[in-house]
Design a protein. Structure first.
Length: 189
């Protein structure tokens, strides 16, 4: 999350261009540590933010989400290290800053999807992941073919989100409780 202000500072001054590409690997190392330490543990880490919106918003790192957190951060770390040398050869400085911020937020949304413990937090992470990946695609240009393909991608992702939401409501006997981690049975959360 700290990469957002770092990207803003880098856009304002050339002295801070190193910030986003330094903070992101540190966040990924933190994710690897959290995923690795909770992977073999019987306990889980839960963050419940009930006042964030109209529905309960909660994140939980149990053994399954720890595995996926470890996988996401473990794969993203070498990609980020490679991108540090790749991006300056193919993009200008403004595009590089956009890529760093969008990529950081995209990774954060992926983590949100795998750690979500309520339907609302999962769907929020899913939609953020969809929109941020579209933003990353748009960094490369806005040709008519790219925009057409992007429209199809967004359409399919939203159809998928609607199917996921419908499955939440179909498989939960009382859909309202699936939106709250405090009262939801484990099958709905």
């Amino acid at each position: 999350m700290a990469v957002i202000p770092a990207g803003w500072l880098a856009a304002r001054s050339r002295r801070f261009n190193w910030l986003p590409e330094t903070i992101l690997p540190l966040g990924l190392l933190l994710g690897i540590f959290a995923g690795g330490s909770l992977l073999g543990s019987e306990t889980s880490l839960t963050v419940d933010l009930p006042e964030i919106g109209p529905f309960a918003f909660a994140l939980e790192i149990d053994r399954l989400s720890a595995f996926f957190l470890l996988l996401i951060c473990g794969v993203a770390l070498p990609v980020i290290w490679y991108a540090r040398s790749y991006l300056p050869r193919h993009y200008n400085q403004v595009e590089i800053q956009r890529i760093w911020v969008l990529c950081s937020l995209f990774l954060l949304s992926m983590v949100l999807v795998v750690t979500a413990s309520t339907a609302f937090s999962f769907l929020m992470g899913w939609e953020l992941m969809t929109l941020l990946s579209a933003g990353l695609i748009l960094v490369d240009g806005t040709s008519s073919e790219r925009l057409h393909n992007l429209f199809i991608y967004l359409l399919m992702m939203h159809v998928g989100a609607a199917a996921v939401a419908a499955s939440f409501f179909h498989f939960c006997q009382f859909p309202a409780i699936c939106l709250s981690p405090r009262s939801a049975p484990r099958a709905c959360s």
